[in-house]
Design a protein around this ligand. Sequence first.
Ligand SMILES: [Fe+2]
Length: 488
Amino acid sequence: MGKLSRIAWLYIGSVVAAAAFAVVRGPFSGIQWDQVVALGLLLVACESTATLLNSRCLAWSANTTASLASVILVGPVGAAIVGSFTLLGIRRSPSLTQRLFNTGMFTLSAYLAGKTYLLSGGPVGTPQPSSFPGVIGPFACAVLVHVTVNFSLVAGVLWLTGEPGSAAGKVALDFKLWVTDIGYAAFGVLIAALWSVLGPFTPVLVVIPLLAARWAVAQFAAQQRAYEATVSALCQAVETKDLYTRGHSERVSRGSVMIAREIGMREDRVEAIRYAGMLHDVGKLGVPTSVLQKNGSLTDDEYAAIQLHPMRGLDIVREIGFLDEALAGIMHHHERIDGRGYPMGLAGDEIPEFARVLAVADAFDAMTSDRSYRGARPVPDAVAELRKWAGTQFDPAFVDAFVTAIDRDGWQVPEGAPADAEHATAADVLSAGVLSIVGRSGSTPNGTGMNGNGHNGNGRNGSGRSGTVAPAGELDDPTGPLRAIESL
Ligand SMILES: [Fe+2]
């Protein structure tokens, strides 16, 4: 956690205070303290072996197991006390604030799960064979409450301390993590069931399979980090080759995720579209650097090379299994709703959904980024331009979704950009055609290339006609096979 806002402090303080209140308020009568201590030590073992999930220092531990065993064995207050043992976990990474928040979170989760268990008619104490199956139903309710409270509180703190809609939503909705946690929760009922036979030695016996299972989660987390590293490396390679679009991939990814969430896309598909945004221009690696960085007009062949980049992108990443649906987005992100895009000239719903989402985010970032020959357009102007071309270049539903998301969450425009007009590149030239037309039937291959923003005063538009200035779409010739290249 970096510097926290007042509201974040308030949130964390409230969680800790509510947890402390749950513990202090009692009642303590009937609690088996030896069980509390044994389960507390099991929880410390789980907390101390937490595995890192991602670079935001999100960690996962099997604490749920100990918490939910406590719900059956020692009731809600006892479970809350067991949850408070989180504070004693031996881990280097969490700061004092994180440690306090985690402790408050697990204490509250255990307490509320315990209350749910009681209200559902679950018997508290060491269960006997006759207690089953009466324990199972209330225990299932307790598990759901524990996992929901745990994930919701984590999502809340991430939302208040990080970027809106980023890791928060991911954690709250990550189906795999939910299932994993529910699976570990089932260990809780096993501990409770074994207690009548093994007593306080039960946690010792259970901790071994728990640690083995935790290893599997660690492998999964490592795989996720490897995916991230692969995507980052490819992005880095593209941006090293094309310096003038630095940060573009990450912003397109962010914009695509905003649209995806706005339209209620399933979380695993949101994750796939995030990768698609990061890699949508990976095909630039297959475009000669001399073309990408060329100053001035492009030849027919050079345009052809550029227009191949979606296919090149597909060639480069098609064997990466986890990209899955992202591949369609990468291949078709320059298609247009009216069928005048490339590489296939697909129209309307023929264009994969991912590609239609990417096209909106891609164009928006191109417009709101600085280029060597023009400054970034203000967000309201770019939004107006998206709306203007909804239905011809863009899917109107995704434009609406993006605008709604931007209105609510805002849009972080990139900081600074190259401003030296003498170093305009082919990418800049093409980017000048944001939402507008570059080339038409009967013209030269570079066409009557128009910049779409009316800001180009340095003569570096695609046509080579110095100083041509026109608003987007003003020179659109609907009869011609038009090419709109909003960004590479
Ligand atoms: Fe592209």
